[in-house]
Structures are given as C-alpha cells and as structure tokens.
Design a protein around this ligand. Structure first.
Ligand SMILES: Cc1ncc(COP(=O)(O)O)c(C=O)c1O
Length: 343
C-alpha cells in the first residue's frame, strides 16, 4: 500500500537488464557512447523531430533548471503555475541555474494556467522598462502537479500567447508518459506541434533508475546546453548507464506500457475513492495522481492499517491526501488501500 509517489517504486526489470548489459566491456565516456547515439535517433523518431538535440541528465530538477537557464537571464521572469514543481519543490534550483531569474505565478484551477491569466501576467511584466524584470519563458507541467492533464490544444493556446510576446515554451514532462497515455496524443502533438520548444522528458518516475532526457526541438542552443550541463556538474562520465536506461525505456514502447499500467491503476483507485462514503476528489484524475478529501480520521485509520501516502493541508475538519500509483502498482495494492480506507 505504497502510494506516496511514483518514484517510491523500483526500476522495471527491462531497465535493470539494460544497465547490466551496458556494464559489459568498455564504452566511450561523457555521452559519446554508442548507446547514446541510438537514444538520440530513437527520440528524434518518436517525436518526429529529425533535428532535435537530445541530452540525458539524472534528475528532473536539473533537466528543468538547465532547460530554463538556456532562455532566462538573471533579470528576466519565468511564467509558471504557482504550484509548479519548479516553483515549489526544487529548492530554488531554477533561480540558481539562471543566476536569479524570477518565477512569476500564473494561476488557474486544478493546477492549470488559464490563457486569460497568462495574458494578464505577460501584460503586467516587462512593461516598466529598466525597473522591472523582462519576460523570458513559459513553463508548463504535464501531467500537472494537481494530477490533471493539459490537452495539446490547451498547451497550444498557452504557447501561442507566449509566442505573441516573443517567448519560447518549456514543458516539464516528469510525467510526460502518463500524459501521453492519458490523452492518446502523439509525443509530437503534445510538444513541438503545440508550440513547445524544449521538453524535460521524464524516465525516473515511470520505471527508470534515474534518467531524464532534455529534448530541444530547436537545436540552436545545443552546444550551450552541453557547456551548462558540464559546468553544472551533471555530465556523467560513465554516461552509458544513463543511455542504457533510456534506450530500454524507449524500446518496444516500454515507456508507454509502464505509464498505461500506472494510469490504469490510477483509474481503479479514483473510482474506488469516489465510491467511499463522504469522499471526493479535489481535481479530475485522468492519470496516476489524485487528491482526495474525505471524512476526518480517514488518514489515521489507513495509516494504522499500514497504508503509505502523504496527508495534505486541506479544509478545516476534513482529511486530505495525495495518492500516486506507478508502473508497479497492482490491482491487489489498490484494493488493499481501498479496504484500509473504509470505516
Ligand atoms: C512535475 C515534476 N517535475 C520535476 C520533478 C523533479 O524530479 P527530481 O526529483 O528527479 O528532481 C518532479 C519530481 O517530483 C515532478 O513531480
């Protein structure tokens, strides 16, 4: 009954096997390994983006921070939802890597920025000459931190507003696979066809040991990314172990199969939670993360019965929680949690 996060699950057997295979013999270091060349080809083909530049890093935080640093100077602003991981859970890493760019909140219900709020924020910022920060980049998260989904059309609406002001757009895809599995969109439709310039493509939460790809649909800043990754201390010398994970992740649609399992278990759990007495979901839950609110005492009862999940701050007199399923969650796990939650 481990529902704290999708990174609480282990790595998929295919990933471990690939790392073991990559351990044989010698390989060129610092990303010059043969596996990395194949990964670049895989990602270009998957995204239908033959020019894309592709780099691997070990964490989502550094993927986001290095991506944003390519576009945001110290005197500029990054526009994102106030609950965005870059704003709330990266310990100031985006500010650190950009040497102090400002994060500007663009609100919206269910973890999603609205076009109206984005327009208003863009109109407010950058108009006071030398006295105010200048606009730099829009950052969107999908699946959002509220567990909700932006459709490609919703992403396109936001990036069009940003582009009209000359801003590029970043997608934090720590749960990109879950978003693709939930939407049925193609990776291209969810990214460059919807106006995304640079993507953090997550692997870790969805069955890898620790690897994320940064995909640059416009490779103009590729060399700068390489320099920033090295200077930021995130160029692995034994890079083949990152490459091997990503190659296995992309082979035979493993990434999509793992995310589909996580989402299927999310759907089973969401349905079960909605059927509990005096319980409701605070946001739609199309993928693998949900935020229920239920009768006081529900969290304590489930914890006493061995369930693991994060309680969340909520309305007075109510219990709130965050539940996350992963590629390794089984129907039996979900049903055990639902039993533990019942009076
Ligand atoms: C939406 C989102 N982005 C980025 C990250 C960063 O991942 P990491 O913990 O690997 O730095 C996470 C991890 O929780 C996340 O949920």
């Amino acid at each position: 009954m481990f529902f704290t996060s999708d990174n609480a699950s282990g790595a998929a057997p295919e990933i471990i096997a690939a790392v073991t295979r990559a351990n044989e013999g010698y390989a060129r270091s610092y990303g010059a390994d043969d596996i990395m060349a194949r990964v670049t080809a895989q990602i270009r083909s998957l995204f239908d983006a033959p020019e894309a530049a592709v780099y691997l890093v070990p964490t989502g935080t550094v993927a986001n921070s290095l991506a944003l640093a390519l576009y945001a100077q110290p005197w500029t602003a990054i526009f994102a939802h106030p609950e965005a991981h870059i704003a709330t859970d990266e310990c100031g890493a985006p500010e650190f890597y950009t040497n102090g760019a400002k994060l500007m909140g663009v609100d919206g219900a269910h973890g999603k920025m609205t076009p109206e709020n984005l327009s208003a924020a863009l109109n407010r910022v950058g108009e006071s000459g030398v006295h105010g920060v200048q606009r730099a980049i829009l950052s969107i998260t999908n699946i959002t931190e509220a567990g909700t989904l932006y459709t490609p059309a919703e992403i396109a609406a936001l990036t069009a507003i940003a582009r009209a002001k000359g801003l590029p757009s970043h997608l934090d895809g720590a749960r990109f696979a879950n978003a693709i599995a939930a939407s049925g969109a193609t990776p291209a439709e969810m990214t460059w066809k919807a106006g995304i310039d640079i993507l953090s493509f997550g692997g870790t939460k969805n069955g890898c040991m620790g690897v994320e790809a940064v995909v640059m649909f416009d490779p103009a800043k590729a060399w700068e990314f390489e320099l920033r990754r090295k200077r930021g201390g995130h160029l692995f010398s034994k890079h083949r172990y990152l490459s091997a994970q990503m190659e296995a992740y992309l082979t035979d649609d493993l990434w999509l199969r793992l995310a589909s399992q996580a989402n299927a278990m999310g759907a089973r759990l969401a349905k079960g939670v909605a059927a509990l007495p005096d319980a409701r979901l605070l946001h739609p839950a199309p993928a693998n993360m949900m935020f229920p609110e239920w009768a006081p005492g529900t969290n304590a009862r489930a914890f006493a019965r061995g369930a693991m999940f994060y309680p969340m701050p909520g309305a007075a007199g109510r219990d709130t929680a965050r539940l996350v399923t992963s590629w390794s969650t089984t129907e039996a796990d979900v049903d055990a949690l639902l039993t533990a939650l019942r009076p």
